[in-house]
Every structure is written in C-alpha cells, then in structure tokens.
Ligand binder design. Structure first.
Ligand code: COA
Length: 393
C-alpha cells in the first residue's frame, strides 16, 4: 500500500521585516544576511497569532469535507507550544470543526517534531488504511532582539494530510535516523527565548547529515544519482548548501548541477519567511514542488530533518502522477505578496508584546490581523480564539 503526502500547504503571518533594513539597523553588512545566511524577508507574528492559529490557518486552506470525515488522528509538531499540558492540536481540532472520534497529540523534539509526526502518521495509516492523519508543523522562532540568532527568526506553519494512495508524494519505507546528546539549541521552560550555540548547531547539523546519509546509503543501496532533489531543514537557507556540499561530489557533474539547481527552488519560500523550526523542511518541500516545473512523476526527493538536541532523519518520497494539480502555488504566492512590511522599530515593538504571565485578562485588538483564525485574548487563564471574526471559540 502506498502511504504519503496527500495534501500540503502553509500559512505565514501577514507581517515581515526586510533583512537589508534589519542588517543596517544592526550595523551589519546586508550581504551577511542576504548572501552569508541567505535570508531576504523575515516573517513576524503579531500577538494575535500563536502556534495554534498559524497551524489552524494552514490546515483551513487544505482540508475539504472528505478529509474532515476521514481524519482520525491530529499530530501537532511544535516547540512553541502554548500549554505545558494540553496538546495545541485540540484547539485546532475545535477550530476546524473536526469530528469527535479523533486522537490528538502534540509532539516535541525541536525542529524534528513534525517528522516524528509524519512517521507516526504513516504507521497509523498502515494499520488503518481508510484513515487520514492531519500533521501540523507550527512554530514562532524567537532568539531575542540584537542576538546572534536574530537574523534567523521567523514564524509560520505547514499542514499535511497523510493518507494511503497519496496524490502528491508517496513516502518510502526505509529511512535512517540517529539521536545524540548535544546542547546546541534548547529553550528552558522559564525562557521566552531559545538558547543557542550557533556554531555548534551548524557543526552538529552537518555531522548528523553526513553520518545519517552514509547509513541510509548502506541500508538502501541508493546513491546520489537516485535523487532528483534533496530538501533540507532550513533554519536559514545557506544551511542547505552547506549540507549538500558535503556530498555533491559523490556523483557526476550532472548530479551535482541537478541537485544544486533544485536546491535553489527549494529555498524560495524559506528565504522570504525565515526559520519556522519544525515546518522548515516541509516549507522547503512545498517551495521545490511549486517552483520547479520540470519535476516528473516518479522522481525521488530526499528529505533531511534535523532537530537540535539532537535527532536527525533522512527519508525519501516519490512524486505521484499529476501531483502539480494538488498544490496551491497561486494562493501561497498571493499570501506572501499581500504581506505588509514593518520597519525595524515596528518589528521590535511587536516582538516585545507578550501575553501576561500572571493570569490577568487581556483582550487583543484583532482588527489589523487579516487571518481567518486569530487569538483574541486570554480570560481566566484560557486562550480565546476566534474563527473568521464570527464567534468566540
Ligand atoms: N557578505 C557575505 N557573507 C558574509 C558577510 C558579508 N559581508 N559577512 C559574513 N558572511 C558569511 C560568513 O562567511 C558565514 O558564511 P559561512 O557560514 O558559509 O562561513 C555567514 O555569513 C554567517 O556568518 P557568521 O559570522 O558565521 O555569523 P554569526 O556568527 O552571526 O552566526 C548563525 C550565524 C546562523 C550561527 C546564527 O545566526 C545563529 O546562531 N542562528 C541560530 C541557530 C541556527 O540557525 N543554527 C543552524 C542549525 S539548526
């Protein structure tokens, strides 16, 4: 039975800051951000968007009634959860009006969470062939103003439907993965911001990739020539190039050229959004599929997932006939084009707005946020979500 990605879409908040302008404000050569790191725009989440609303908005755009009827498992990957106990996916389940007989959980392992969710979803569909699983990957990357990681922040969510007979990409069974104890990036429960050793995270990302790639090749007999493209977790888009460089000489000149060309397509959305942590790999996959028009049915795409701490996995997918008909490029491009640029001063102000931590009631001004689903406030320790401004959830 073929199992894989039947639908995929993303949502980003309506605000962004220009990386050239951020660089100037930080007295940094803009080319460090645009070339050295490879980012052009950074998505900014207003206070009316959290990981729940970003995910719900992403899912809203891809689900139809048949999906809603068959989804019986919601897996929410995030490292920006809104509650230490309740799964963020339950809010999304409610906001989307899914049926009650659904399992819902939250999965956390830094930027690897959604990959764990996808593998779990595959197992679920293998046992329950009529089921569909909604996997959500939603995060807001916050390192802090004027920090080393500031240029690699971002916000957004990817939603995927995993099912049998997938219309976009079959996920192959063999994958290679590893875990190692690494303090490259973490966020203590008391901290608003991630703590990061940037150089170590780059090094570990690459050493995990190299080791997992070797294991994958040995266990599958596949090699670089078997891949039309490889998508990477992209905390910033230069990272994909760093990883690809470690292996691109294993094949012919044509293999190298093909993989480099397709890497460019796989970065297009990410360089205009920034790091969305667990959704970044899947945003990159959408970027490749929606921009590279020459990918043919049967093409094999490699996917490298890395979550600091650290867990990495390399797995593969095969493009299905007529997969292009099930993508939403027009809508995604329109969403990105309709975003509003904020100045660096405005970004800093938005960044510093946080919800009260003492349980006091707050009602947010939701007017400026064009999203269909938004956070309207907090009352009696309960987040108040609205859907289409019609009713309180
Ligand atoms: N023009 C062009 N490139 C420039 C430049 C300029 N004027 N100035 C610097 N660069 C290049 C550097 O050569 C470097 O390229 P390289 O990595 O290919 O060698 C790149 O820009 C970054 O410069 P660096 O001095 O290493 O930046 P930094 O000390 O500010 O750290 C990160 C960059 C990504 C490590 C930092 O932003 C960070 O910690 N981010 C969060 C963690 C993260 O994303 N980790 C990734 C793995 S999960």
């Amino acid at each position: 039975m073929k199992i894989g990605i039947d639908k995929i879409g993303f949502y980003v908040p309506h605000l962004y800051v220009d990386m050239n302008k951020l660089a100037k404000a930080r007295n940094v050569d803009p080319e460090k951000y645009t070339i050295g790191i490879g980012q052009e725009k950074m998505a900014i989440a207003p206070i009316t968007q959290d990981s729940v609303t970003l995910a719900a908005n992403a899912a809203l755009d891809i689900l139809d009634d048949a999906d809603k009827e068959n989804i019986d498992f919601v897996i929410f990957g995030t490292e920006t959860g809104v509650d230490n106990s309740k799964a963020a996916g339950i809010y999304v389940h409610h906001l989307l009006g899914l049926k009650p007989n659904v399992r819902t959980i939250e999965v956390k392992q830094a930027c690897y969470g959604a990959t764990a969710g996808i593998q779990m979803a595959k197992g679920h569909v293998a046992l329950n062939p009529d089921s569909k699983v909604l996997v959500l990957a939603s995060d807001i990357a916050r390192y802090g103003l004027r920090t080393g990681g500031e240029a690699t922040q971002g916000a957004g969510a990817v939603a995927l439907v995993i099912s049998r007979d997938p219309r976009i990409m079959e996920l192959e069974d063999k994958s290679a993965f590893m875990t190692g104890e690494v303090m490259d990036f973490w966020r203590p429960v008391y901290s608003e911001y991630a703590l990061v050793n940037g150089k170590l995270s780059n090094e570990k990302y690459l050493s995990f990739f190299e080791e997992i790639w070797q294991t994958f090749k040995t266990s599958t007999g596949l090699s670089i020539k078997d891949f039309t493209a490889i998508c990477y977790h992209l905390p910033y888009t230069k990272m994909g190039l760093k990883a690809l460089r470690t292996i691109y000489d294993e094949g012919t000149e044509a293999d190298k050229e093909r993989l480099l060309e397709n890497l460019e397509y796989s970065k297009m959305y990410n360089k205009n959004v920034g790091n969305i942590y667990t959704g970044s790999l899947y945003l990159s996959l959408i970027s490749l599929l929606e921009h590279q028009k020459d990918l043919e049915e049967g093409a094999r795409i490699g996917l490298f997932s890395y979550g600091s701490g650290a867990v990495g996995e390399f797995f593969t997918g095969i493009l299905q006939p007529n997969y292009q008909a099930h993508l939403n490029q027009k809508q995604h491009e329109e969403m990105l084009a309709s975003r509003i640029e904020v100045t660096v001063a405005e970004y800093e102000k938005i960044f510093e707005m946080i919800l009260p931590k003492d349980g006091s009631t707050v009602q947010l001004d939701t007017e400026a946020d064009p999203a269909k689903i938004k956070l309207a406030g907090v009352s009696e320790h309960i987040r108040q979500y609205i859907n289409n401004n019609r009713h309180k959830e």
